[in-house]
Design a protein around this ligand. Structure first.
Ligand code: 2DT
Ligand code: MG
Length: 197
């Protein structure tokens, strides 16, 4: 899942994980980026909590390196048949850094070669809705102007090219959103199955 802040992506990605576990979908794993628990993730966490200053280019590459730290284990899990649900991925990396003014294609380059998701759900909300949700404003990037620019970057066709992208209206009831995501996941799974058989 890919999104603006406070759009409900953590809630939705965890609901999807719980549902797939419950219906016996096989092994399901939830993960999120940034993964703040690794060595690189610790620096990212300090940066996001405004306790560390870094040039935009450097932090962009740290976010990407944080995904590369996990790439091998993601590939191994996928090979073993595990379904991975991810709360943010490289798409957020590009949208947030491009929103700060970095060149879009430059932002895409460090993530090239990472495992590509079978489906992406972009939960969009009005920046005013995001700002009214709990804890908004605590971290770097949590301000209305930045969120509006990030939202613009997420519309860029270069981000959506060659991937199975779904725009999801995040302002609705969470059960309605969950049902919509679930239907799309089932459709995606069926088309992957028919392609493989
Ligand atoms: P969370 O609120 O989801 O913890 O994200 N971000 C995220 C980037 O700028 N680049 C990235 O590659 C990723 C994965 C989005 C914390 C903030 O980090 C931003 C919000
Ligand atoms: Mg956040």
């Amino acid at each position: 899942m890919s999104c603006l802040d406070r759009s409900g992506k953590s809630t939705q990605s965890k609901k999807l994980e719980a549902h797939l576990q419950k219906v016996g979908y096989g092994k399901v794993k939830w993960m999120c980026f940034p993964n703040r628990k690794t060595a690189i993730g610790t620096a990212i966490d300090l940066y996001l909590r405004r306790q560390l200053e870094l040039p935009d280019e450097a932090v962009h590459r740290l976010f990407s390196a944080n995904r590369w730290e996990m790439a091998k284990s993601i590939v191994e899990d996928l090979k073993a048949g595990t379904t991975i649900i991810c709360d943010r991925y490289a798409f957020s990396g590009v949208a947030y850094s491009a929103a700060k003014g970095l060149d879009f294609t430059w932002c895409q380059s460090p993530d090239r070669g990472l495992p590509c998701p079978d489906g992406i759900f972009f939960l969009y909300i009005d920046e005013k809705v995001g700002a009214s949700r709990a804890n908004f404003g605590d971290e770097r990037y949590e301000n209305a102007e930045m969120q509006a620019e990030v939202r613009n970057q997420f519309k860029d066709p270069r981000l959506r090219a060659h991937v199975n992208w779904h725009d999801v209206d995040g302002a609705r009831d969470k059960e309605v959103i969950h049902a919509e995501i679930l239907a799309a996941v089932q459709k995606c799974k069926a088309s992957l199955r028919s392609r493989r058989s």
